[in-house]
Design a protein around this ligand. Structure first.
Ligand code: SF4
Ligand code: SF4
Ligand code: SF4
Length: 365
């Protein structure tokens, strides 16, 4: 059994913001070229991922903003899709965003070679639209459970230490920076800290939080599965979809520059549609709503990291991230895969095996 990781306790009342002066110290030391993290926008009412070179600008940083706008994985992809160019980056993001970056690196869309991923225990975010209306403001430890997004309420990986360096924190828990690998240990040293502290209190807290969330996830997604079973019931869940494809554009995993569903929209002639209407009795228009969602699930449910960006981007209130979670939990479990959790495990989507999905009797599952 591998030894439990040790960490550096930070004497601070500021929770995740305790990270900011440490990032500035690492930048000043010159061991990293830049920090990628969320900053308050100039209008002070939103947040954006920004690549910071000047340590003084980090004063505007908020490592765990109350909302998720563009995800960290997508921001990192826009920076390193064509290679990182040797730029050494400290990239600070939530576990679901870092898992997105890891999936994208497996798909050749992010270059993690010179990136140190720094993750943190995440209290969840509130729905973007409610935040924009000014309905919700957080307390020191985040929002009330019922105010965070439904997908965050069932997130069992909110404290997943998938970064090279992970910040554990929470109510009654002093922030502790834990290196998860050599690169994380180097970053910690550059911050002037040593991993000498015991992490058992953090590990116990995380394990019970994850267990509680796992049970809630199974229960709620199980209920959604029953309510959405069969194409007709699934269509009921998608009833308010206006076919805008925002969910696809916000998704960090959906990275194709030109989407097949955008191209094929007008493919059928009026007579063909009439024939289909004759066969079925009627035809809902535009007719590709269900195909779009099923196609997207088919393309990327194995890589979905349940970040909820799609649901935040939906103007019609479709529970699209929950539907994806319902499907991807099953497809990923069939391949013994959990997206973004293991950098060494190849994505099943790009791995061809002669024998897979076979039961013990050799029959296909
Ligand atoms: S899904 Fe929500 S709770 Fe989970 S890591 Fe992402 S923002 Fe945090
Ligand atoms: S489908 Fe939704 S929840 Fe899944 S990765 Fe894409 S945006 Fe995130
Ligand atoms: S689910 Fe929402 S975001 Fe996606 S296409 Fe439908 S209306 Fe647009």
């Amino acid at each position: 059994m591998s030894e439990a990781p040790r960490g550096a306790t930070i004497q601070s009342e500021e929770g995740p913001r305790a990270l900011v002066p440490l990032l500035a110290r690492a930048l000043e030391k010159g061991t990293s070229d830049a920090v990628l993290l969320p900053l308050r926008t100039p209008g002070q009412d939103s947040y954006a991922f920004v690549l910071v070179k000047d340590p003084r600008l980090l004063r505007q940083a908020d490592p765990l903003p109350p909302v998720q706008t563009v995800t960290g994985g997508r921001a990192l992809s826009s920076l390193t899709r064509h290679g990182g160019g040797g730029v050494r980056i400290l990239a600070v993001m939530r576990p679901c965003e870092a898992r997105g970056a890891i999936e994208l690196s497996k798909l050749g869309q992010v270059d993690l070679k010179d990136v140190t991923l720094i993750t943190m225990d995440c209290p969840g975010t509130v729905p973007l639209q409610r935040f924009a209306r000014g309905d919700l403001r957080p307390s020191a430890v985040g929002f009330a459970d019922q105010d965070i997004r439904p997908i965050c309420q069932v997130c069992d990986l909110s404290c997943a230490a998938v970064g090279d360096l992970h910040l554990g924190w929470g109510e009654g828990l002093a922030p502790i920076l834990i290196p998860m690998d050599e690169r994380g240990a180097e970053a910690l040293l550059a911050m002037g800290l040593r991993a000498e502290g015991d992490t058992s209190e953090w590990r116990t807290t995380v394990s019970s939080r994850s267990q509680e969330r796992r049970e809630r996830r199974e229960e709620r997604l199980g209920q959604l599965r029953v309510a959405s079973s069969g194409l007709d019931n699934l269509m009921v869940r998608l009833d308010s979809c206006i076919n805008c494809h925002n969910c696809m554009r916000a998704c960090p995993i959906c990275y194709c520059r030109v989407c097949a569903f955008d191209i094929r929209r007008q493919e059928r002639s009026a007579n063909e549609v009439l024939d289909l209407a004759k066969a079925r009795g009627s035809m809902r228009l535009p007719m590709d709503t269900l195909m779009f969602h099923l196609g997207r699930m088919n393309h990327m449910s194995l890589n979905c990291v349940s970040c909820g960006a799609c649901e935040d981007a939906c103007p019609a209130g479709v529970p699209i991230a929950q539907l994806f979670a319902m499907v991807s939990d099953r497809t990923q479990s069939a391949f013994k895969y959990r997206a973004g959790m293991d950098r060494q495990q190849r994505s099943p989507l790009i791995t061809f095996l002669e024998k897979e999905l076979e039961g013990e009797d050799g029959q296909r599952c």
